[in-house]
Design a protein around this ligand. Structure first.
Ligand code: NAD
Length: 235
């Protein structure tokens, strides 16, 4: 049982590289939920149930149904639409990033790994090369999007979520090595967004989760608990 956990379980860990043994300090309800599921699912492990916890770095990368609200996908899309690479924090927080294709490869690797090597283990999934500050991520986007300019507004203040992650355990146990760098991912996103004619409606609403959910609530498709009450008017 491969559980999609997250490196954000480490919370505000500072500049030291965190391993899977580091104390878990979830800051958001999202990260807290991941810690609780890891605990509860680990308690169910036995000879017939082999849970593994993949603590993925923050994802990036193109797909036909991507999320525009994760940092690299967001910065490239915003730059394509407006010409600005707009950072709302002060740019200093550390973020580990990983391409979605590399996450998929890590899951596939776990499927064939010996159960004894992985049962109840947590693995950080990513690569140290992609431990970057938000300002460094933004600089890659400026390089990838012709004519774009960097704007660090700092309007959201300092972001307490900041952590650099050690990925050596997955390398040692699974032989897993992430392949995609952030500059390569930014270039991929620029190519795909422009080739497919990214629109403001797709970027700001359809592929950004909270406005999309709000729209489904407003149009009576979902109730306030996000349960479906009618079919959407169009697919
Ligand atoms: N995106 C990241 O940076 C990131 C990082 C670490 C971990 N994760 C975890 O990875 C997982 C996937 O995240 P994502 O960013 O790809 O999200 P996503 O919203 O793009 O994908 C989630 C998918 O799950 C499907 N889904 C939702 N409820 C379902 C159900 N009851 N049965 C079957 N399918 C259902 C949705 O249709 C959607 O295709 C999540 O558990 C997330 O917490 C994501």
């Amino acid at each position: 049982f491969l559980y999609a956990s997250t490196c954000s379980v480490y919370g505000a860990a500072g500049a030291d590289l965190v391993t899977e043994d580091a104390p878990l300090r979830p800051i958001t309800p999202y990260a807290e939920s991941k810690v609780r599921v890891e605990d509860d699912v680990a308690a169910l492990a036995d000879d017939n149930f082999v849970p593994v916890f993949l603590r993925n770095a923050t994802a990036f990368g193109f797909s036909p149904r991507l999320r525009a609200d994760i940092v690299l996908n967001n910065l490239v899309g915003y730059a394509v639409l407006t010409g600005e690479v707009k950072v709302l924090s002060d740019g200093t927080p550390w973020r580990p990033l990983v391409h979605a294709a590399d996450i998929a490869a890590a899951f596939a690797t776990c499927l064939t790994a010996p159960a004894a090597d992985i049962s109840c283990r947590a693995f950080n999934i990513g690569t140290e090369v992609n431990n970057l500050t938000v300002a460094e991520i933004a600089a890659s986007v400026v390089d990838a999007v012709p004519g774009s300019r960097l704007l660090i507004t700092g309007e959201n203040g300092a972001d307490p979520r900041s952590y650099r992650v050690d990925f050596s355990y997955a390398r040692a146990v699974l032989g897993f090595e992430a392949q995609w760098t952030v500059p390569a991912g930014a270039a991929e996103l620029y190519t795909e967004y422009t080739a497919r004619g990214l629109t403001a409606d797709a970027f700001f609403r359809r592929y950004t989760r909270l406005p999309h959910l709000q729209g489904l609530c407003d149009s009576g498709v979902l109730d306030a608990q996000l349960r479906r009450i009618s079919a959407p008017a169009s697919a």
